[in-house]
Design a binder for this molecule. Structure first.
Ligand SMILES: Nc1nc2c(ncn2[C@@H]2O[C@H](COP(=O)(O)OP(=O)(O)OP(=O)(O)O)[C@@H](O)[C@H]2O)c(=O)[nH]1
Ligand SMILES: [Mg+2]
Length: 388
């Protein structure tokens, strides 16, 4: 049977007629991006609250889930089946709040985009007000602030409040001084702001707002709306001690990232710690247990490599952390790559030393070549090919 008998030729479709058809739903005005990791018990409640507070507005909510083991994505899909304003973006083998927010923002066509947490700590009743501000003023971004007059940080203990204040002070190199809550995870911006800064975003860690301010080519016009930070409704916090490391990496990336990849910096910092591990193990085996130097050096090298691999896996490659069998395979490729790196270090250093350039520059040259080799090869071989 001839297919042309049943299907009209392509040119007979009138694309304009289709989009002008009143039956077609137009795109949303506002998208709320919600990064999620193990938040299944908060999804229905949050959608319910959005329905109430955004009543007559045109909106959608995009949950960006990093393959949560608790099945958050399945709960979102269930909700999406009943309401097309609910969307689910699922990322596999990736972690990271900032990068999830950015990918969610890029996945919507809405001209206004908000970011908020799933755990009800952000006051959703601020959303209509935020939208009104953007639609009726020249502000580029509206920030929900816990530190503006009228806002508060809720039930934080003294330690967390102190850490937050310290992070705000540190952020002053990235964001304007009069932004009272640069660590806020609750804000709404115009799509144009995102278009302007998206290629410069670091997307490291938790602090997406500071990243946006620091990446915008022009100073952003902002307004702040005060709100009270509430208690997490269900589930557990994902904030941990590594969040502080991520934050320092974000600051470093913004300061020197255009010259040196921040992952390389992190890799080098871990490598330096590995040298300390090496000497500690060598001293123990050689001096403490009175084994031969070669045995001590070999044990120390293996321990230092294992240390470097484990710490890099948790810090430098936190967003693509290896676990289980992946961890073992990663360790094997890391040891192999760094073993070869050790030889290239030795080769370069002895060649330069042989040229009569002195032992110190020769050693430094060997270390630099070895470090760059280790970084480049393990980046591809051990952790796959990261974006940055
Ligand atoms: N997609 C994605 N979302 C994340 C990740 N880490 C955290 N989130 C989500 O980001 C939001 C903020 O995380 P929280 O753990 O609530 O962090 P917090 O609000 O600073 O800390 P608490 O006050 O202790 O709740 C929540 O909706 C989390 O589910 C991640 O790696 N990937
Ligand atoms: Mg929270």
């Amino acid at each position: 049977m001839d297919a042309a008998e049943h299907h009209p030729p392509l040119e007979t479709y009138d694309v304009n007629a289709i989009s002008a058809d009143g039956a077609q739903r137009s795109g949303p005005q506002l998208a709320i991006i919600v990064p999620t990791f193990n938040e299944r018990d908060n999804i229905a409640e949050l959608i319910g609250r959005l329905r109430v507070c955004l009543d007559h507005r045109s909106w959608e909510v995009v949950f960006v889930d990093d393959d949560s083991p608790d099945g958050t994505a399945a709960v979102v899909r269930e909700q999406a089946a009943a309401d097309s304003r609910v969307r689910c973006l699922r990322r596999i083998g990736r972690r990271g709040l900032s990068s999830a927010c950015v990918e969610g923002m890029l996945a919507t066509t809405a001209p206004y985009v908000a970011v908020m947490d799933a755990d009800m700590q952000h006051d959703e009743r601020l959303l209509p007000q935020m939208l009104d501000v953007l639609q009726n003023s020249d502000a580029d971004i509206v920030v929900g602030s816990r530190y503006a007059p009228g806002g508060d940080i809720g039930d934080w203990d003294a330690r967390r409040a102190r850490m937050s204040r310290m992070a705000i002070r540190l952020s002053r190199v990235l964001v304007p001084a009069d932004l009272t809550d640069p660590m806020s995870g609750f804000f709404m911006l115009r799509r144009a702001v995102l278009e302007d800064c998206m290629r410069h975003l670091s997307t490291i860690g938790f602090k997406i707002l500071a990243d946006v301010f620091a990446s915008a080519p022009q100073p952003l016009r902002f307004k702040e709306l005060a709100y009270s930070f509430r208690l997490r409704r269900a589930g557990v916090s994902k904030l941990d001690s590594v969040t502080a490391w991520d934050y320092v990496m974000l600051l470093l990336d913004k300061m020197v990232g255009r010259y040196i990849p921040v992952r390389f910096l992190a890799f080098s910092i871990v490598g330096t710690m590995g040298v300390a591990v090496h000497f500690a193990v060598l001293t123990l085996v050689f001096k403490g247990f009175h084994r031969g130097f070669v045995a001590g050096q070999a044990t120390a090298t293996l321990c230092a490599m294992t240390f470097n691999f484990a710490v890099n896996n948790v810090l430098t490659y936190r967003d693509m952390r290896l676990r289980g069998m992946g961890w073992l395979k990663g360790w094997a490729t890391f040891v192999l790559a760094c073993g070869i790196g050790g030889f290239s270090n030795l080769g370069v250093a002895s060649t330069i030393y042989g040229l009569g350039r002195g032992w110190f520059p020769a050693a430094i040259a060997g270390i630099v070549v070895g470090a760059v080799w280790n970084y480049a090869v393990t980046m591809m071989l051990t952790w796959g090919r990261p974006r940055r």
